[in-house]
Write a protein that binds this ligand. Structure first.
Ligand code: FEO
Length: 405
């Protein structure tokens, strides 16, 4: 094929050879408004090594970028840091074409790759194992559940690059290669969104990894993940953000999210939000007709208070709420206080069903359910406002107690 795409030089011996998926908008339940990249890397040492591959369908792009600097048949080793299909989908085809002498993966990586892709000749590496390339050597660090049981990191010692697979990544397609080349607000949102939607349930494992990195005395100049831009000047920024997102301390933020049939539950949401605002809380209101699950969970990441409301339909909450509650429960947010609310006409099960889901999510419900039949009166909206104020004051006390500990 014509070689129309180029590798990007990152360090003396390391090149980016990945694929840009400009049109990706849906990633197993996660809305990726800015597309994504499947990053792969090539190390040109005495032994030439490819780190990860790309999603099936992007093989030609990967091979074109590799071919812009070397003949792909010269690749000696392939390291598979993560077996999920976005990084391994074309691995069998690449192995067939390149014929590397070794393919390395973790023990679970070997199992997961073979289970998904069929028989492959893979050599297992464990934490502390290393592979010599000539002037550089790779050190492997297993990090199960970041994001799959097979996940591992690979550290290239002389180039000082930590290849981190999903960890520290984000879904952001772009021609710029480093995070510091983008708008910092976009970088903060997309990396937080990635953490909230992919890594939140594994926060204890993230904290373990953040403690392991200094213990291993890794001198890191570049963190090269498998999605989105790479971290060079801002390595401590992303490590610190990962620590904060994993601990998830209560913050002076609130999210009121709801769905509504005829506007009554919406008016209740607004009254709660005014109360939270007047208590000094940075408050956002989101209707689930416009804001989908992956953006809601990103906002929940920072919210110390979540107030959750729905009208009742067919003895339950509205279907958008079912979607969001099911998704959020699986991601296991923590350190939240909250309240269920909603308007109903006949039976009103939505509110107590939301209450049950919030309890299952371990949200501490510090206000009784806020329930209105049909249309809220002025007094009932005043009640919603006062509940918002009390929720806000409660949150401020909890923040002070958290910070004192
Ligand atoms: Fe980017 Fe867990 O795969």
């Amino acid at each position: 094929m014509e070689n129309y795409l180029k590798a990007v030089k990152l360090t003396d011996k390391v090149y980016w050879v990945g694929a840009i998926d400009w049109n990706m908008r849906y990633f197993h339940g996660y809305t990726t408004e800015r597309g994504t990249t499947y990053n792969a890397y090539l190390v040109l040492d005495e032994k030439i090594t490819l780190i990860d591959t790309v999603k099936k369908g992007f093989k030609d792009e990967l091979m074109a970028r590799i071919s812009s600097i070397i003949d792909p048949s010269k690749i000696d080793y392939i390291i598979s840091n993560h077996a999920e299909m976005d990084h391994s989908g074309c691995l069998p085809e690449i192995i067939d074409e390149v014929k590397p002498t070794k393919v390395y993966a973790s023990k679970n990586g070997k199992k997961n790759l073979i289970d998904q892709l069929g028989e492959l000749d893979i050599e297992v590496v464990r934490t502390g194992d290393s592979v010599n390339l000539g002037s550089n050597k790779f050190l492997f660090i297993e990090c199960p559940m970041l994001h799959w049981p097979d996940s591992m990191l690979s550290y290239l010692d002389q180039e000082k690059v930590l290849f981190s697979q999903d960890a520290f990544g984000m879904h952001l397609a772009g021609t710029k290669i480093f995070a510091d080349q983008y708008d910092p607000n976009v970088i903060e949102w997309e990396s937080k969104k990635y953490f909230a939607n992919i890594l939140m349930p594994y926060a204890p494992r993230v904290l373990k990894l953040l403690d392991e990195i200094p213990e291993l005395n890794l001198d890191i100049d570049l963190i090269a993940s498998d999605h989105g831009p790479l971290w060079r000047k801002d390595i401590n920024y992303i490590l610190d953000m990962y620590r904060e997102w994993s601990i998830m301390p209560p913050k002076k933020c609130a999210l009121v999210f709801y769905d509504t049939m005829w506007g009554s539950t919406e008016n209740m949401a607004k009254s709660i939000a005014d109360g939270l605002r007047d208590a000094g809380i940075d408050t956002e209101v989101a209707c689930l007709q416009q804001t989908e699950r992956s953006n809601i969970i990103t906002k929940i990441q920072d919210a110390g208070v979540i107030a959750v409301g729905s009208s009742t339909i067919n003895n339950n909450y509205l279907p958008t709420m079912a979607d969001v509650l099911s998704y959020a429960k699986g991601l296991k947010p923590k350190n939240k206080i909250g309240m269920a609310f909603g308007s109903y006409g006949w039976s009103g099960e939505s509110i107590k069903n939301i209450e049950a889901e919030l309890k299952a999510m371990k949200v501490e419900l510090v206000e009784d359910n806020y329930v209105v039949k049909y249309v809220p009166t002025k007094e009932q909206l005043e009640d919603g406002y006062n509940r918002g104020v009390r929720l806000g004051k409660d949150l401020l006390e909890r923040i002070a107690a958290f910070e004192a500990n």
